[in-house]
Design a protein around this ligand. Sequence first.
Ligand code: TAP
Length: 477
Amino acid sequence: MLTLALSKADYLNLAYLGAAVLFIFGLKLLSSVKTAPKGNMVSALGMLVACVVTLFYVTGATAISLAWIGGAMALGAVIGLTLALKVQMTGMPQMVALLNGFGGIASLLVAIADYLRTGAFDEPIWRWDGLAATGLAVLIGGVTFTGSLVAFGKLQGLKITPGRPIQFPGQKAVIALMILGCLALTGVLIAEPESAWAVWAIVGVSMLLGILLVVGIGGADMPVVISLLNSYSGIAASMAGFVLGNQALIITGALVGASGIILTQIMCKAMNRSLLNVLFGGVGATGGSPSAGPGGGQTQQRVRDMTAEDVAIQLEAAGLVIIVPGYGMAVAQAQHAVAELGELLESRGIAVRYAIHPVAGRMPGHMNVLLAEANVPYEALLDLEQVNPEFEQAGVALVIGANDVTNPAARHDTGSPIYGMPILDVDKARSVVVIKRSMRSGFAGVENELYFMPNCGMLFGDAKAMTQALVNAVEDM
Ligand code: TAP
């Protein structure tokens, strides 16, 4: 009779395999808006399984280890929960940037701790592959940590990290040399494992490298950077998994690394950026057009002011209205008023579509989530490629709190930081109406030439109040 005797390590690996299956299944569910919450829960269950078995099988679960690890987990959970509950949806990219950064520094610390622990034995047993993984975990973890902090600062609008790309001649060569230097230091570590100085040198160079890689990228390209750093944090975790010989960490890190790089590729395509340029920290450069100053703007050109009643007349006369939501709609929480206006126009026989730019707002899918919350039918949401040919048939393109994603300068102004980014062709509609509060610029910090076009009118005010005013004006007609 065949008997199956499983060792403790077999049970551990089986549990890790189960966790990995849950992660993959969770990722699959995350790919659709409807199943995403379930995907989150399934992945979280996988993480719980991985944590519990690691705690009880790997650490040996002595009272002391449980107290230390449990205490650290409880502290981390309280901080994480507080941040997650407090963060506004518009602040999600900053939150994700911080989480990536913490992931990177955690991998770096794990790798260093394991290196120092091994070195403390009387006769340390070094393995070349463990040392290689140590060097790479420190390199990628360090880059992820400081790079994410710079990305956080840019997204948060901190003065110390200006949104414009900061570049200097030979920057890419310096970056390439720093990467090669870290790899050479890893080689030194493999050849002479006692050279702790090499580890500390990789820490220093990688942290500087993280800063250089991200300061060279313009604020408008931060969505690409965040997904790239997310991928890096996964690769760093995977390397830390090799250092510890922990299969769960290797698999989880690889999944994060792979899905992050796929998302980066998708974002690069959406922003018309080359992945290589993003990897080497040089995108959105060349100075940029003058930014409109707060409350007024620097331009001497005049814009056309409109009232809600003027706009209502145009809406009533349009066969097709395309609504273009952006960050301002999210800030004003105007999505319900927008949905109400859409329904009202539809009830008057006017076709309504919603144009969704892939980076409108401040996170991937931001506009989809908000409009779904307001029960806008999913079929009415058209992405960039679908909607752009429709603008020529539209009577009105109603831009609600969107700015950069509608700026025609992206098509021709080679000096603009958004040059090359695909935009929504709102200027091709018969009439464009823009709801915003002032002439202030959008996230990229550049003036929008759309506002000075002859077919464009401005309805100045808060997105929610103005959309509500439009609902009232259309109802009164
Ligand atoms: P933005 O270009 O950021 O412009 C938003 C506009 O909304 C601003 O010009 C602002 O003008 C207006 N606004 C703010 N609060 C408002 C309110 N309460 N009522 C009415 N208007 C208001 O937005 P966008 O067109 O959605 O483009 C997104 C930008 O963010 C892109 O540059 C993108 O690269 C970047 N970004 C995107 C992401 C992702 S993944 N989506 C992540 C990070 C960065 P006033 O101040 O004059 O009102």
